[in-house]
Design a protein around this ligand. Structure first.
Ligand SMILES: N[C@@H](CCC(=O)N[C@@H](CS)C(=O)NCC(=O)O)C(=O)O
Length: 203
């Protein structure tokens, strides 16, 4: 099987790499050069019509895209350690948090990246005021996360799940584009330090 991705700072391929490290699965990434727009080539769009990475191509030619879907595939084929929860409640909470992180935390970060960052200026019409307004929205998301993380080692309970992987890739990417984690949010800062201490953070 072939895992198509790109190195840091691309946050989505990193989520899959982190997941594979936490699972102990050795699957090297096949690099797609985003600067050369390889992900938008006809050949690559035949694998993922959205022209996005990560994409996983199985030996029978089936292509799976969407980071969480790819990780779910690996969860099914390599159940240990479980990273999407084990009980009905845990599984529901992990799903809940993945959706919250993608919609509530990643959305303002992505809006800032697309509409306020110089690196994306050539790719679309930027609405700078809107882009900049996402700084405040992201700060609000951090404040909420900080409250939610009080008394928890990880996003869902006391063991690492896909929700933590989603959150770390998001806050690290946000940092890289100029939206740092605010020091005042101590629980979020401490959670991030715990995550950074894991080998998967280097993926
Ligand atoms: N919802 C997708 C998002 C994938 C995505 O946006 N990947 C970025 C790289 S980090 C990409 O391919 N961007 C190019 C584009 O969207 O055209 C997922 O979870 O995998």
């Amino acid at each position: 099987m072939i895992l198509y991705g790109a190195p840091m700072p691309a946050p989505n391929p990193r989520r899959v790499r982190m997941f594979l490290v936490e699972k102990g699965i050795d699957l090297p990434e096949t690099k797609i050069d985003m600067m050369k727009r390889e992900h938008k080539s006809e050949e690559f769009r035949a694998k993922n019509s959205m022209g996005q990475i990560p994409t996983l191509e199985l030996d029978d030619g089936t292509c799976i895209s969407e980071t969480v879907a790819i990780c779910r595939y690996f969860e099914e084929t390599n159940p240990s350690p479980p990273l999407f929860g084990t009980t009905a409640v845990e599984k529901a909470l992990v799903d809940m948090w993945i959706r919250r992180i993608e919609f509530t935390v990643m959305t303002p970060v992505g809006n800032f990246w697309r509409h306020a960052h110089p690196r994306t200026a050539a790719l679309l019409t930027q609405y700078k005021d809107f882009g900049e307004s996402n700084r405040e929205t992201y700060k609000g998301a951090q404040k909420w996360l900080n409250r939610e993380l009080a008394g928890h080692e990880f996003v869902v309970g006391d063991s690492l799940t896909m929700a933590d992987i989603c959150l770390l890739s998001t806050v690290d990417f946000a940092d890289w584009i100029g939206l740092p984690v605010e020091e005042e949010f101590e629980n979020l800062v401490a959670w991030r330090a715990r995550m950074k201490a894991r080998p998967s953070a280097d993926a």
